[in-house]
Ligand binder design. Structure first.
Ligand code: FES
Ligand code: FES
Length: 169
């Protein structure tokens, strides 16, 4: 059993404390936007924000997340209005999309601390693996998201999901 806050909601997971947070989120909380890639903390597909820091949820155990605040892609912006999401679309930095939630969470955590990162800052923070190879467009997208957060650019809204989300999640 572990109690934590997920997307601003208190949740109690009736799972073993050595359950990876990734599986607690996906299988118990039905938050399937967080993806499984490697399971070893290297690919970044499973990134979530824990107490303000981007972390791979595949290597963070439920017991280690006890009492902490976790944000998943569903909680970051249910209507896809986060500047990182808008900038990724504007720069066409999404292909198959499997890596995208992890990239969004990593970039959102970076920009929450620094809205004007250098190319080196971005490359250092975004070590996420993208098998489609969107890397050349990623730096520009993150820079544009930062510009939007600083009020220096207005990005086009992207369509909201055409489904209702579970109330409270
Ligand atoms: S699935 Fe967690 S880092 Fe790859
Ligand atoms: S867009 Fe396909 S893996 Fe990144």
């Amino acid at each position: 059993m572990a109690s934590l806050t997920v997307n601003n909601q208190p949740l109690e997971f009736r799972l073993e404390p050595d359950t990876p947070l990734l599986w607690a989120l996906r299988d118990a909380a039905n938050l399937t936007g967080t993806k499984y890639g490697c399971g070893t903390g290297e690919c970044g597909a499973c990134m979530v924000i824990v107490d303000g820091q981007a972390m791979p949820s595949c290597t963070l155990l439920l017991g280690e997340a006890e009492g902490r605040s976790v944000t998943t892609i569903e909680g970051l912006s249910p209507d896809r209005s986060h500047p990182v999401q808008q900038a990724l679309v504007a720069e066409q930095a999404i292909q198959c999309g499997f890596c995208t939630p992890g990239i969004v969470m990593t970039a959102a955590a970076l920009l929450a601390h620094n809205t004007d990162p250098t190319e080196a800052d971005i490359k250092s923070a975004l070590t996420n693996i993208c098998r489609c190879g969107v890397y050349p467009r990623l730096v520009r997208a993150v820079q544009r998201a930062g510009q939007a957060m600083r009020g220096a650019e207005r990005l086009m809204p992207v369509p909201a999901p055409a489904v209702a989300t579970t109330p409270g999640i």
